[in-house]
Design a binder for this molecule. Structure first.
Ligand SMILES: CC(C)(COP(=O)(O)OP(=O)(O)OC[C@H]1O[C@@H](n2cnc3c(N)ncnc32)[C@H](O)[C@@H]1OP(=O)(O)O)[C@@H](O)C(=O)NCCC(=O)NCCS
Length: 150
């Protein structure tokens, strides 16, 4: 199996990020990289968008963003292309995103937050297995999960 890496989105890979596709029923769960990268432009001083790569092939996307008000890291818009799901890429992408956060690229916080639809059973299972747990807060119809890095 090719090495799975997170590569910062740049001119070499952004078109491949634009081409990522989900199953129709998954589109409700996450913003597409096209929209996410537009947000990354707005929040350019506090976020890093990544292509998830298997070897040189872009198979997914994820963004790490720092909330300077709450002093927390957030993981946004994780997605693996529908043709590459179920092979461990999502789990590895999350582990790599957490490793990146451990380098404290923006602020010194150890706290990581994300939100997920309770109906998104695959993502919920993945996050819980990485020890994320409910914070008790909600963002519209999504639950917030948090993890404190050791
Ligand atoms: C959620 C998502 C990123 C997971 O990526 P993936 O590469 O398919 O997942 P992985 O192969 O790494 O598997 C992660 C876990 O989910 C489980 N899983 C994967 N596919 C599954 C499926 N179809 N049904 C049930 N569980 C599944 C696996 O059991 C695995 O757990 P394990 O490692 O203990 O076996 C991917 O399904 C996706 O892009 N979904 C649509 C977008 C989305 O919902 N993003 C999350 C927004 S919060």
């Amino acid at each position: 199996m090719d090495l799975i890496t997170l590569q910062k989105v740049d001119e070499s890979n952004f078109i491949a990020c634009f081409a990522l596709k989900l199953h129709d029923w998954q589109e409700q769960f996450v913003s597409h990289p096209i929209r996410s990268l537009a947000q990354a432009y707005v929040y350019y001083g506090q976020c890093t968008p990544f292509a998830v790569c298997s070897g040189s092939r872009v198979v997914g996307y994820v963004m790490v963003i720092y909330d300077y008000d709450e002093e927390t890291y957030n993981i946004w818009h994780l997605m693996i292309d529908k043709g590459h799901q179920g092979r461990g890429y999502g789990r590895t992408a999350m582990e790599l995103a957490l490793s990146y956060i451990r380098t404290k690229p923006f602020g010194s916080s150890n706290r990581v937050l994300l939100t997920v639809s309770p109906e998104n059973h695959t993502a919920c299972k993945l996050y819980r297995s990485l020890r994320f747990s409910e914070t008790g807060r909600f963002d519209e119809d999504e639950v917030e999960l948090g993890l404190t890095l050791k």
